[in-house]
Write a protein that binds this ligand. Structure first.
Ligand code: DAK
Length: 263
């Protein structure tokens, strides 16, 4: 699928210097994540990753909903045979988790089911004080399908994950921050300013080092400690092959701001 910003139907793309804001835009359905939206998100992330001008990405919804989950209307009548044949949902859902550039989630309102899972695929989650997180799939007869039982457990631990996944209980932003699901909580009115400030900061930092750092933190969820430390050491050594390392350290010594080029 080749698309320009103007042809997206379920997303609004807002380019800023160094930063792309991708806004989910199915407001009437509380940004329920249907197949079209997830296809478009995949395309938007492909384009953002390929564009050297984009150094950080903000994923946002509306004030009322980041996303209220996968689209139940689209799923309700599926048969198992259809789901398997189409590789239903799986086909286009892991793209955000695979993004190599920094992804900041700006979460206001509902982040439920697939919406919570999408937020958890992002690197830094800024939550508005009206945000509510949850995995309510059990209440509609299913279970989390995009990492809710796995990423959530690794983020918040067994006690909270069992509470949320088995009962479908939603938690507010303060509880989400307390248990490690979100990075910061801010007033709703300043959510986008705060998320953009974080992304702006990321856009000034060395892009290849950011990529390496992000990959290493992600790997920490899957790697034994000794192996992770070894990976980190190898990546650290490799930094000295980059112009950005010379620039960063020279700028420090010369008491000036570094200009990182991603080389
Ligand atoms: N799907 C479709 N439509 C939704 C929706 C959803 N998840 N959530 C809300 N809507 C629609 C409502 O149907 C309603 O549309 P109309 O009836 O006006 O046409 C509109 O949005 C406004 O919703 P409400 O009238 O319900 O608004 P309220 O403020 O009263 O309630 C609510 C807000 C968020 C509490 C409520 O809408 C709600 O409970 N929504 C459903 C939340 C939920 O159960 N989410 C989990 C869905 S299951 C996978 C990847 C992902 C997944 C699975 C597999 N693979 C990679 C394999 C994910 C699964 C899920 O997320």
């Amino acid at each position: 699928m080749t698309q320009t910003a103007s042809t997206f139907q379920t997303l609004i793309l807002e380019p800023h210097p160094g930063v792309l804001v991708i806004r989910l835009n199915r407001l009437a359905a509380l940004n329920a994540l249907n197949d079209r939206l997830m296809d478009e998100l995949q395309v938007a992330l492909d384009q953002a990753e390929a564009d050297p001008e984009v150094r950080a990405i903000v994923l946002a919804g509306s004030d009322k909903a980041f996303a209220a989950g996968a689209d139940i209307k689209e799923m309700a009548d599926k048969t198992a045979a259809q789901a398997m044949a189409e590789n239903f949902i799986t086909r286009n859902w892991e793209r955000a988790a695979d993004c190599r550039k920094p992804l900041v989630a700006a979460v206001a309102g509902y982040a439920l089911g697939g919406g919570c899972e999408l937020a958890m695929m992002c690197d830094i989650v800024i939550a508005a004080d009206n945000a509510r997180f949850g995995q309510p799939e059990i209440t509609i007869g299913v279970i989390p399908g995009a990492g809710g039982s796995q990423r959530l457990t690794r983020s918040v631990g067994k006690a909270k994950a069992m509470d949320m996944v088995l009962t479908g209980r939603t938690i507010d932003a303060v509880e989400a921050e307390r248990c490690g699901l979100v990075s910061r909580v801010v007033p709703l009115a300043s959510l986008m300013d705060e998320a953009l400030a974080v992304a702006d900061k990321l856009a000034t930092l060395p892009p290849l080092a950011l990529m390496a750092a992000k990959a290493l933190v992600q790997a920490a969820f899957e790697t034994p400690l000794a192996q992770g430390i070894k990976q980190e050491r190898q990546a650290f050594h490799a930094m000295f092959a980059l112009e950005d390392q010379k620039e960063g350290m020279a700028a420090f010594l010369e008491k000036r701001k570094p200009a990182f080029k991603g080389r």
